[in-house]
Design a protein around this ligand. Structure first.
Ligand SMILES: Cc1ncc(COP(=O)(O)O)c(C=O)c1O
Length: 369
């Protein structure tokens, strides 16, 4: 009998997969809570419904054709992404979320033994999709204030295929640094991928650098500001020749018809997205203040989340446990060697944030730690 484990690629056998906080169902079970009481502050999603939700679903119920494959060229979506980003249609690739675009980039550029550069602490999928392709990870850690260390990245990038950058960065929330990014893209001897999953909250994009930089790929998503995380839609922007190569690798039908229709509706109503972004941004500082009041050091954020650190690191774990026992889930880095003592907390509506703040206020270290 063949042992499937012995046939699995070594990089997959040794891979550390992406990790999440427990599911809402699991947390409800653990703490004997009704599942509608669970509120997620760990996934940096939007507290709002996407624009056009009811209308598109009604239309799809009436005249949708779920039995048929959808248009693999995504002809309705591509011009909308192009116009939103101010690029031409041949500079757009569509995927099932930014994660699929990251995966397509890795599959397009990386072979066994290639090198990529990442700047931790950052989004862990860059290392995961690269490792899956057999690439080695070179680390150029973020510098003071979680800024990009461009000299260190460029030194590490000699002979590398690709540099992964998150702007604004997750999990730190650090705002984009246009000058450093421009220098990096100018001087990089390889491809540079700028992941702007949270770009709408920061109000700055690297996309205008694309026409003059054939080595730049900007990755974007409908999951965050556009409130469509559960629908899975993302896109990438690069020069047409690069997009052509990425499209060779793209699975033909990963975006569902309902998702594409919803994405089109959201892109045709940018005012709703912008109002939702403004509402979240208005809540960010009050939430930061409440976290400071609870003893945290809160890092500057240009996103819809806050990175908060406690001393000693065990306090962050105790706070995460306390919140979880009340149905509030935060992203826990308390024991992460890169961010010991930190929690990452999504900014939601005033009412939802107030529930977190009130629960935090009830936390009594003497009673719990
Ligand atoms: C920095 C960053 N990039 C990409 C993604 C993936 O986004 P999507 O839902 O579009 O796959 C996330 C999701 O949290 C993220 O934080």
């Amino acid at each position: 009998m063949t042992n499937p484990g012995s046939l699995v690629r070594a990089v997959v056998r040794n891979l550390e997969p992406y990790s999440w906080e427990p599911s809402s169902r699991e947390i409800a079970r653990r703490h004997h809570l009704p599942s509608d009481q669970i509120l997620r502050f760990d996934l940096n999603t939007s507290p709002f419904r996407p624009a056009g939700w009811e209308r598109v679903l009604e239309e799809e119920c009436r005249s949708g054709t779920p039995n048929e494959y959808f248009d693999t060229s995504y002809a309705e979506l591509v011009p909308l992404f192009a116009s939103y980003c101010g690029v031409t249609e041949d500079q757009v690739i569509v995927g099932a979320g930014a994660d699929e675009v990251l995966d397509i980039v890795a599959k397009t550029f990386l072979d066994d033994g290639d090198a990529v550069v990442v700047s931790p602490p950052t989004y862990s999928m860059y290392a995961i999709v690269s490792t899956q392709m057999g690439a080695g990870i070179r680390r150029a850690p973020l510098g003071p204030g979680f800024g990009l260390d461009v000299d260190a990245i460029l030194a590490a990038a000699r002979g590398a295929k690709l540099i992964w950058v998150c702007s604004p960065n997750s999990p730190t929330g650090t705002p984009p640094d246009p000058q450093r990014l421009a220098r990096l893209v100018d001087e990089a001897p390889c491809m540079v991928v700028v992941d702007e999953a949270y770009g709408e909250y920061a109000g700055w994009s690297a996309v205008p650098l694309v026409p003059s930089h054939p080595n730049l790929i900007v990755v974007k998503t409908m999951s965050k500001a556009f409130a469509m995380a559960g629908m899975r839609l993302g896109w990438g922007i690069a020069q047409a020749e690069v997009i052509g190569m990425l499209n060779r690798v793209r699975p033909p039908n990963s975006v569902a018809r309902v998702t594409a229709r919803l994405g089109a509706a959201a892109l045709q109503d940018l005012a709703t997205m912008r109002a939702n972004v403004a509402a979240v941004v208005a809540e960010r500082e009050p939430l930061a203040d409440a976290l400071r009041h609870a003893g945290a050091r809160v890092h500057p954020s240009a996103t819809n989340f806050l990175l908060a650190g406690w001393e000693p690191p065990g306090r962050a774990q105790a706070i995460a446990d306390w919140l979880e026992s009340r149905g509030l889930v935060v992203r826990n880095y308390a024991h992460d060697p890169e961010l010991p003592g930190h929690l990452r907390i999504t900014v939601r509506t005033a009412e939802q944030n107030a529930r977190l703040v009130a629960t935090l206020a009830e936390y009594d270290p003497a009673a719990i730690e």
